[in-house]
Design a protein around this ligand. Structure first.
Ligand SMILES: Cc1ncc(C[n+]2csc(CCO)c2C)c(N)n1
Length: 219
């Protein structure tokens, strides 16, 4: 089994809870109230900036120029193109960017991003990728599963969201991060692996907490 296959198995129950979460189901069947989605979007847009900062830590911690470049390209892609989906929805909902930064991050949001930033400050490239991977990969799987639901990708409001994460571009970016995890964890000891698993499962739990926070609009 590869390292990422092991990580995937370890996080499986938490990911299934994400798939079963009423917020995710609501996007899939189009019944999620718009107000709840708006609340989520504001929090999620803020989240992405801190997520991008974790890649910036990767640039600092990388010990070879090629890895430095990989983190840097990802950082640039998030700040540039990959926030396109969020900005499109913000435009549709009439939310100016300044409003996002006036919003207080919810506790589940703040806890998640601060956990990732703490892992990145203390660890090396492998720990950094383990902390980023649950986010990227779980959305790739959610996108694929929702796209398999009849009509979900064609929904007039949520369809774009489903297509964004199920789409080839996002899937390819995620697959590259999965491959990077396996490369960085190659030849790691069992103790090293256990640390990566703890980070990956913790971030998966934070993902579930993020859905729950959005569903309840828990500040
Ligand atoms: C809470 C939360 N978790 C995961 C994602 C997924 N995601 C969407 S865009 C992006 C940047 C890299 O492609 C990532 C990781 C999210 N949006 N919000």
């Amino acid at each position: 089994m590869t390292v990422t296959q092991r990580l995937y198995q370890a996080a499986r129950p938490v990911w299934e809870a994400c798939h079963a979460h009423p917020f995710v189901r609501g996007i899939g069947d189009g019944t999620l109230p718009l107000e709840q989605f708006r609340w989520f979007l504001l929090q999620d847009y803020r989240y992405l900036f801190d997520y991008a900062r974790v890649f910036a830590y990767g640039v600092i911690k990388a010990r070879d120029p090629e890895l430095m470049r990989i983190f840097s390209v990802n950082l640039d892609a998030i700040l540039g193109g990959e926030m396109r989906l969020h900005r499109a929805y913000m435009a549709r909902l009439g939310i100016p960017e300044a409003q996002v930064f006036a919003v207080q991050p919810a506790l589940a949001n703040l806890s998640y991003t601060h956990y990732m930033l703490a892992v990145a400050a203390a660890g090396g490239p492998a720990e950094i990728v383990a902390s980023l991977l649950a986010c990227s990969w779980s959305y790739a799987e959610i996108g694929q599963r929702l796209a398999d639901l009849p009509g979900a990708a064609e929904h007039p409001f949520y369809g774009e969201w489903v297509q964004g994460y199920a789409g080839a571009d996002y899937q390819k970016t995620n697959a590259a991060l999965v491959a990077l995890m396996d490369t960085l964890a190659q030849d790691c000891s069992e103790a090293d692996y256990q640390r990566l698993e703890e980070i990956f499962v913790s971030c998966s739990r934070y993902e579930l907490g993020f859905w729950d926070m959005a569903w309840k609009r828990e500040p």
